[in-house]
Design a protein around this ligand. Structure first.
Ligand SMILES: [Zn+2]
Length: 418
């Protein structure tokens, strides 16, 4: 008896799911093995700046995070199977169809909220463990219970306040725009992303952190000279109270146009020398000079165009639903099934994305080496690796799938040759 289209799709999906699990498991084991094998010797190029104890701490921290990631992935896969072949999504769909007009907006919102809630419930123990056990064990956690609960409440409210109207607009476009709805959704989605990028720094981020202007006069003068030299006009240089949640330090560049700002974590400023801070800033300016934000947006636009076009094809195919264990059909269901299953098929492409991102990092590093001293950026990076307990010896293949930044040794070798 020949297989039906939905059985063929089930087979393809389950095979992809299995291969995805094997690939992730194999990469994690390689990484654990590699980091453990390098645990007892600091790589020679770092030997004068990182102690053996610091290197071992980074190895233990990396392994603990990798193991937790594996368990978390397994839990996510079980949830995916429960939602699809376990019938959880169908049961939820039946339930909301009885209470609201089937296929209506209230039904769509309720269905999405239920799936989001299921994901949240599965994630919560991992978030709690990561924050209060793992990060605490390595001395990074600064999060308190009241702050954790306040964050959770704010994130929930914000998610509902932004997510619900966004979803309603998408569902409306899908219902009203005919066969080419996916083009309209694409334009809408892109506009939303641009708006979010514009509004995030000034409207959303301050809900979670305090941003103050840099008040160290000497450092400020040094930075202003650099900004002028680089021809950069930002709407500000800010210090964020990152120390409120974690001892990890960082710096980032956000927004575009007049809304762009440079943000330093307070944890970074206390640890780096002024020349090193200047070099880190020059790296961030390098991202701006090379128009990396716009390149990312272009990439996002191209990918979402392809995915929405694909969803436009799948949404009318009964085998797409039946192949994933669901008997109902509809726009909200299709969106949920698509977003649940897409990552299984795109994970093998992760090295391509990390390749693009690494090229950007090298370009920004080279820019910083031209505008400031490469040695200062190297010194800053080594301090960041040390203080964040980031491993200097990741498995190269694992790193290719998971890391947006080049491994420490490669990055510093590039800078030395700059
Ligand atoms: Zn960067």
């Amino acid at each position: 008896m020949p297989l039906t289209s939905s059985q063929v799709f089930s087979l393809i999906f389950l095979t992809a799911l299995l291969l995805n699990g094997l690939l992730r498991g194999w990469l994690a084991l390689r990484h654990l093995h590699h980091v453990a094998a390098c645990r007892d010797a600091v790589p020679t190029e770092f030997a004068d700046r990182i102690t053996l104890a610091e290197h071992r701490k980074a190895a233990d921290y990396t392994c603990a995070k990798t193991r937790l990631g594996l368990v978390e992935f397994a839990a996510g896969t079980l949830l995916l199977l429960a939602l699809t072949y376990g019938g959880l999504l169908q049961t939820t769909d039946d339930f909301w169809s009885r209470h609201f007009a089937a296929g209506g907006y209230a039904y769509g919102l309720a269905l999405f909220a239920s799936v989001a809630l299921a994901g949240f419930v599965i994630d919560l123990p991992f978030t709690l463990y990561r924050t209060f056990v793992l990060e605490a064990r390595f001395g990074f956690n600064k999060m308190t219970w009241p702050l954790f609960l306040a964050d959770l409440a704010k994130q929930g409210l914000l998610g509902a306040a932004i997510g619900a109207p966004l979803l309603l607009c998408v569902l409306w476009l899908m219902a009203a725009m005919g066969r080419h709805w996916w083009l309209y959704v694409w334009v809408f989605w892109l506009s939303f992303n641009l708006l979010a990028l514009l509004l995030y720094p000034t409207l959303i981020a301050p809900l979670f952190n305090k941003f103050t202007t840099l008040d160290d006069a000497g450092l400020k003068a040094r930075i202003e000279t650099l900004l002028e030299r680089c021809g950069f006009r930002a709407s500000g240089l800010f210090v964020m109270d990152g120390s409120k949640r974690s001892a990890h330090g960082n710096a980032y560049f956000t927004g575009f146009g007049a809304a762009k700002r440079i943000v330093f974590f307070d944890t970074l400023l206390t640890r780096l020398a002024p020349t090193e801070i200047e070099a880190v800033l020059a790296h961030e300016l390098g991202h701006y000079r090379h128009r990396h934000v716009w390149q990312r947006i272009a990439l996002l636009a191209a990918l979402s165009f392809g995915f929405l076009w694909l969803l436009g094809m799948l949404i009318t195919e009964p085998w797409f639903y039946a192949g994933l264990g669901v008997t109902s059909q509809g726009t909200a269901l299709a969106l949920i099934l698509f977003s649940l299953t897409l990552p299984i098929f795109t994970f093998p492409l992760a090295p391509l994305m990390s390749h693009v991102s690494r090229r950007h990092e090298y370009q920004a590093d080279a820019y910083a080496a031209r505008q400031t001293q490469a040695a200062d950026l190297i010194a800053a990076l080594v301090k960041l690796y040390r203080d964040n307990a980031a491993t200097l010896t990741p498995d190269p293949l694992y790193s290719l799938f998971y890391d947006s930044h080049p491994p420490a040794t490669l990055r510093i070798a590039h800078l030395r040759n700059a």
